[in-house]
Ligand binder design. Structure first.
Ligand SMILES: NC(=O)c1ccc[n+]([C@@H]2O[C@H](COP(=O)([O-])OP(=O)(O)OC[C@H]3O[C@@H](n4cnc5c(N)ncnc54)[C@H](OP(=O)(O)O)[C@@H]3O)[C@@H](O)[C@H]2O)c1
Length: 477
């Protein structure tokens, strides 16, 4: 990875090795074998297992059964147990103060992060300390500015420039390092000064297994908890995700439901975020004030449509259009614009009493998948609909799958079944209640928003026009 590895290369490498040795192993096992000799042992093991199961006419890989899911959740629950040292000093308790004056933010260079920075500087008078990973040859404050300009949220006015110059402070560090890699003096001063922590930093990757995301999304959270307990107890406002809930159209999850659901989670990322929330709940039992914000699919800006294109949902839409088929799904399309998610988070953290609670920052007003597909057809795109598993098998075995937008997600797709795309309903009543009177409203996930998003995706060249769809790779379905 340090030499330039990334998700797409990992997928290619895994597929090449599988083909070469005629074995089938998962991305998770691939990551687990961290030396060449361990990797050789893994391949041998699979070859032996396959020949035994072939002799016994058994499938080589166990299905992801209910029992498998239960065992996996037991493992994840164990992962979430906190070490003893993550606790406040004896006698130290949280005493809520007045308005937040000094805030520590992680993830400021990220997609949501830049919107949160903008919102805090524009709507509050707080001093904002941002933890930024240093990059060789790059000024860390400039990295945030560049990202803000990239997402077109860099205000040009004098008030902004003043706030930026005087109230935004950068602290270089990394949540995977002890004490976040801060100088001792900085760590001690900030631990004393900071009124609250907004934790958005995460390894957001929908391809890697849990084990590869644990360092940032679980152990990094340990660092945040330690910092929050140090010297003075500071509330942690944590950006979690609605993906901590299992899939299944039959479910509706309320914000206050227990997260001990013992059901299968789709991706390693979902698992790592579940463990993160659970760690925080354990920290809360030890006296840490915690609020959890759960965005679902964070879509582009409601006005400009600018978004991150390497998200699974966007890759799916492009990949299915390229292939000429969508899965038949009786679900609603739940996407909430990034500006809404940032505004809601900042407003609740600064102006409400969210401690001890969780909020679904998903879209309260949605269209069905059927309506969304009708919208795509109205733009001129052509496709058929197939049961998910049929579509997935045809797609991954198609000769030009390597050029499909979903190629990098092959390992994740293989792990999915008909239920994996059945988004449950996320009840947003608590979040909506907290936002009443704030003027912060989520743009409905309707044809107007879809149009804004498609205008951006096509205008930026990411999503080809319907007229050229047929030439992408031919319609295979
Ligand atoms: N976007 C979504 O659809 C979505 C949905 C639900 C929940 N969320 C949650 O919302 C948060 C923000 O998501 P996002 O989409 O804005 O993610 P993003 O664009 O990938 O940004 C991630 C941020 O975390 C930072 N980071 C990563 N590893 C770090 C480390 N070891 N130390 C310090 N900083 C580190 C990154 O810094 P670099 O610039 O140095 O990489 C970047 O600022 C995450 O917690 C995510 O799980 C996002």
């Amino acid at each position: 990875m340090d030499l330039g590895g990334h998700s797409l290369l990992m997928t290619r490498l895994m597929l090449e090795v599988r083909k070469l040795f005629q074995v089938t192993f998962k991305m998770r096992e691939f990551f687990g074998a961290s030396t060449l000799s361990q990797f050789a042992v893994l391949i041998d093991k699979h070859r032996q297992q396959q020949s035994i199961s072939a002799e016994m006419h058994q499938p080589a890989l166990p299905a992801r059964s209910g029992e498998w899911a239960r065992q996996r959740m037991i493992f994840l629950a164990r992962e979430a147990e906190l070490p003893q040292y993550l606790a406040p000093a004896r006698g130290l308790t949280y005493s809520p103060g007045g308005p937040l004056q000094t805030v520590f933010l992680t993830g400021a260079t990220g997609f949501l992060g830049v919107y949160i920075v903008g919102e805090i500087l524009k709507t509050t008078q707080a001093e904002l300390f941002c933890l930024v990973r240093p990059k060789r040859g790059e000024n860390s404050k400039l990295r945030i500015e560049k990202q803000m300009r990239h997402y077109d949220v860099w205000p040009q006015d004098a008030a902004w420039q003043r706030a930026w110059d005087t109230r935004l402070h950068v602290v270089e560090g990394d949540v995977t390092l002890p004490r976040m890699g801060l100088q001792d003096a900085d760590y001690e001063t900030l631990a004393h000064q900071v009124d609250a922590i907004l934790h958005g930093a995460a390894h957001v990757n929908f391809i890697y297994p849990y084990e590869a995301l644990r360092a940032t999304n679980v152990l990094g959270l340990h660092e945040i908890i330690q910092f929050a307990f140090h010297r003075r107890i500071k509330p942690v406002h944590h950006l979690s995700t609605a993906a901590i809930w299992p899939m299944g159209v039959q479910y509706t999850f309320r914000e206050r439901d227990s997260i001990d659901h013992y059901k299968l989670l789709n991706l390693g990322y979902d698992e790592a975020k579940w463990v993160g929330e659970k760690c925080l709940l354990h920290a809360a039992e030890r006296g840490l004030p915690v609020a959890r914000y759960r965005p679902g699919e964070v879509g582009g800006d409601s006005v400009t449509g600018r978004c991150v294109t390497d998200h699974f949902l966007i890759a799916s839409i492009k990949g299915f259009l390229q292939f000429g088929a969508f899965p038949q799904l009786d679900i609603e399309v739940d996407v909430a614009p990034v500006d809404y998610v940032a505004k809601a988070t900042v407003y609740m953290a600064f102006h409400r009493q969210p401690i001890g609670r969780a909020f679904h920052l998903t879209n309260p007003s949605r269209r069905t998948m059927r309506q969304a597909l009708a919208f795509l057809r109205s733009l001129g795109y052509q496709f058929i609909e197939l049961p998910f598993e049929v579509l997935r098998d045809r797609l991954v075995s198609s000769p030009d799958f390597a050029s499909n937008a979903l190629f990098a997600y092959q390992a994740a797709l293989e792990d999915m079944n008909d239920v994996s795309m059945q988004l449950p309903t996320y009840d947003t009543r608590d979040a909506q209640h907290e936002l009443e009177g704030s003027g912060i409203v989520c743009a409905p996930a309707d044809e107007k928003l879809f149009e804004t998003y498609f205008n951006y995706l096509r205008g930026s060249g990411f999503m080809p026009d319907p007229a050229t769809q047929i030439a992408w790779e031919g319609i295979h379905a």
